[in-house]
Design a protein. Structure first.
Length: 545
């Protein structure tokens, strides 16, 4: 495939079938994309995007559902366990992304370390997911605006859609700066609502009533899920919180999707990866713990879906304590988070499609770049599907749109599973080729391969039990069953269909081109400038370097 002639570049990418036998020259041609796209994402952008870029309405609005399903202790355990599993995914993504900083991230690693068919299947699985989730975030933002205004949702869908499209088509540096600001706002909001919850718990609210661990005692630390009594009901409530946490953590693995547009990836990506545990503890685990202190799990408003700030457990806690004006502040912050998430998903989806086009798994049209050196063709393609958001204007279409969202929701689990499998092939490929990861690779993730194996087992269990409630007597729901499992046969059809059509094979451990990638990585180290020394108060900055 050829690069767009308008850029004056005459590079030809190696075919998919040749990747398994890449030599150093072929690998150099693969990395040529780093010279034609703009490296506008700096170290602080990557670290802040990794720190808070994907924190969105899932934490601020839907975390209360985890409390209602599992109780305060069940929700806390669910978010903690999933946080550890997802941290492992981010760490291994950081190891592979530091070695292979290309557009498309995990999709490209599948091609190089496992099987081009796996890259094709997971790539299109993710593309289809973002085609729906981008308009979903726009719809969420438009509904949030209705908290203050009665103007039609279609107007706000148009406004937010245009803003996301314009942001995506400009310099990647502009996106980085915008997300940097959004990340800071979200960090301030999370810290603020956690402090508010602590004050309420200690009796510092207008009512002056101390709560402590009252709600852990009554109605209790766990919930009898679906009315099932005993330990089984409590366990199923806890297990359901794992699925809720899955959607809250969705997107954390995407810090390397714009790897080709990242400056100094050997420093930026590892630092963003190493701080994932801090982010998960402060932003998710601590927040869900504080929610369990200030709201009882049997509060009927926890499962009352409004789409506005009134649904947030933090707002419910403020109303209970008699604190005014909190809903408007949180609503404004969640609007910014929804817009930020839409920007992030546009970047993720377009870079996956661009990377797939680079490797021959998508039409060559999608490699075209504009004058700002961003893939405008891929961005425009996702922009067209933002029109799905207008479906919410019709009452009958709302159900269809919600169903589409549910259909692609499980794609996050599939993506994590594929990442774990690809990394294990990479890890054992290093073993087979007698490569010392900690000494010879640019950066090696800790706790391997044990944490990856543990995460893989957990993700597989969640994938096959995602619709467990439909198998309980009296709780059958055809739509829930289909949305929980339809992605599995679709993914398998894409994988085996491409294997048959492209005659691809799983790359043997000895033929995984790790040595060639290492040699090329070493040759690029001289081109990365040394970071300037920290001055004065910069030494105390723990958010970015």
């Amino acid at each position: 495939m050829s690069w767009p002639s308008g850029l004056g570049i005459a590079l030809t990418e190696p075919s998919v079938s040749s990747i398994a036998h890449t030599e150093t020259g072929d690998i150099a041609r693969i990395f040529q994309e780093r010279h034609v796209v703009s490296q506008g994402l700096h170290q602080r952008h990557i670290q802040m995007i990794g720190l808070a870029g994907t924190v969105g309405s899932g934490l601020f609005l839907n975390s209360g559902q985890a409390l209602a399903m599992g109780g305060p202790l069940g929700a806390f355990l669910g978010y903690s366990i999933m946080g550890l599993a997802v941290s492992s995914v981010v760490l291994i993504i950081g190891e592979m992304g530091t070695l292979v900083p290309l557009s498309g991230g995990p999709v490209r690693y599948s091609e190089l370390f496992l099987d081009p068919a796996m890259s094709f299947a997971n790539g299109w699985n993710q593309v289809c997911s973002y085609l729906v989730t981008i308009p979903a975030e726009i719809v969420a933002a438009s509904i949030l605006v209705e908290f203050w205004s009665s103007v039609s949702s279609a107007v706000w869908i148009t406004v937010f859609g245009i803003l996301i499209l314009v942001t995506a088509l400009l310099f990647i540096r502009f996106y980085g700066e915008l997300e940097f600001v959004f990340a800071m706002l979200k960090i301030v909001l999370i810290i603020g609502v956690d402090i508010m919850a602590l004050v309420i718990t200690c009796g510092g609210g207008p009512s002056g009533q101390s709560i402590g661990f009252r709600y852990w005692k009554n109605p209790g630390p766990f919930v009898q899920y679906l009315g099932i009594n005993g330990s089984l009901g409590r366990f199923l409530g806890f297990w359901s919180t794992l699925n809720n946490a899955t959607f809250a953590y969705a997107g954390v693995q995407n810090i390397t999707l714009a790897g080709a547009e990242t400056r100094s990836p050997k420093r930026a990506i590892p630092k963003a990866s190493r701080r994932i545990l801090i982010r998960i503890f402060i932003f998710y685990v601590l927040s869900i713990f504080m929610i369990g202190l200030v709201i009882p799990s049997n509060d009927p408003y926890l499962i009352h879906t409004t789409g506005t700030a009134s649904q947030s457990p933090f707002v419910l806690a403020a109303n209970r304590a008699g604190i005014r004006d909190i809903p408007s502040i949180i609503n404004a912050a969640i609007i910014a988070s929804a817009w930020s998430a839409g920007n992030s998903f546009m970047l993720f989806g377009s870079r996956i499609l661009f990377g797939m086009a680079m490797q021959g798994s998508a039409p060559a049209f999608f490699v075209r770049l504009n004058c700002f050196r961003v893939p405008y063709a891929a961005i425009t393609f996702f922009g067209l599907f933002m029109c799905l958001g207008y479906m919410v204007v019709s009452n009958t279409a709302v159900t269809v749109f919600s169903w589409l969202q549910a259909l692609v929701g499980v794609s996050t689990l599939i993506d994590w599973i594929v990442i774990c499998v690809v990394y294990l092939r990479f890890y054992y490929g290093c073993k087979k080729q007698r490569i010392d990861r900690h000494k010879e690779l640019p950066w090696a993730a800790p706790f391997q391969p044990f944490s990856t194996w543990a995460s893989l087992v957990l993700f597989l269990l969640l994938l096959f039990t995602g619709g467990f409630s439909t198998f309980i007597r009296g709780h059958w729901n055809a739509e829930r069953f289909v949305s929980a499992y339809i992605n599995i046969p679709i993914f398998l059809i894409l994988y085996f269909g491409y294997k048959w059509w492209g005659k691809t094979h799983i790359i043997t451990l000895r033929k995984i081109p790790i040595v060639g990638l290492m040699q090329f990585s070493l040759s690029q180290e001289a081109s990365e400038p040394e970071p300037p020394p920290k001055r004065k108060f910069e030494k105390f900055n723990i958010l970015w370097s």
